[in-house]
Design a protein around this ligand. Sequence first.
Ligand code: GTQ
Length: 354
Amino acid sequence: MDMQGSGTLAAQAGVKEQRAEFYRRISRHNLTPLWEVLGALVPKSPKTPVVPALWRYAEVREQVMEAGRLITAEEAERRVLVLENPALRGNSSITQTLYAGLQLIMPGEVAPAHRHTQSALRLVLDGEGAYTAVDGERTTMRRGDFIITPSWTWHDHGNLGDQPVVWLDGLDIPTLRFFDAGFAEHGSEASQQTSRPEGDSLARYGHNMVPMDLQQTAADPTKVFVYPFSQTKEALEGIARTAPDAHFGHKLRYVNPATGASPMPTIGAFAQLLPAGFATAPYRSTDATVYVCLEGEGSAQIGDDTYTFGPNDVFVVPSWHTLRLQANDRTILFSFSDRPMQQAIGLWREEKMQ
Ligand code: GTQ
């Protein structure tokens, strides 16, 4: 540094103090010098406060069941233990843009009808006999089913069976909080009236055909609100008869069948099958991603950290962290991220390494 030709240590210290005094003075006017923060604001490659983390279902399940003894679903409105990224405690966030939680509904309980601008997905993990109702139609929740409740759709949950039912919730809550665009409304009844038989939306929109007058754009959520695991598994097993991709194994993206876009505009969802013994080549992308193991077991190396995982374990891969997956058994993973939002504004990047 050479300020006005004065390069001595004393002169440098003087400049430093002058600047510090200047910063203090302008701070009172809510001003701050860009040059002190520019590197952090405009990094050479993504910097994230988000850290890799894993929640082992066998351990978390105990706490979820304890919540079931402490509060009713009705009282809680949603009885959920939020999976908070260890570096974002207090923010109800698993990544900067996404929320995840484990929701429990006990036999006979109802999680009352409401709607909100936040979009939600469910991935059914444990127990049988629950349903989710979305805009007038109920769907029975079976393990591995991927169910969506798009922005502003009425939804409620109930458990007609005799087992506790647990699923993973994924929502765009932090994104809507960022935009300060959250609205919610409570239903007049705890359980909404159904207006269509179970299976109607899947028949109408989910068989590579759509109603004659359906017009949708990429920003519209799909009217298919359940992607049954039986169909996902059939697709993955079908493509697993050919060679796996080096970085993904056998991986597919869930779509709105009417547009080819993601099921909801803010959240992308994916399912992949890794053959027994398969290891993926290192890969990174700008969308921080939440993974859930549905079948099999293996390990995930995320940056410098390695985690072993088995059924129902949840782990998060931060933006631009290199991921290597290793499957011990034949493994099926579900995942979700904000990739469609990044793609919509031209930001999304990936890097496939050897
Ligand atoms: O089921 O509607 O985990 O509104 C968080 C907020 C679930 C839900 C969550 C919600 C819901």
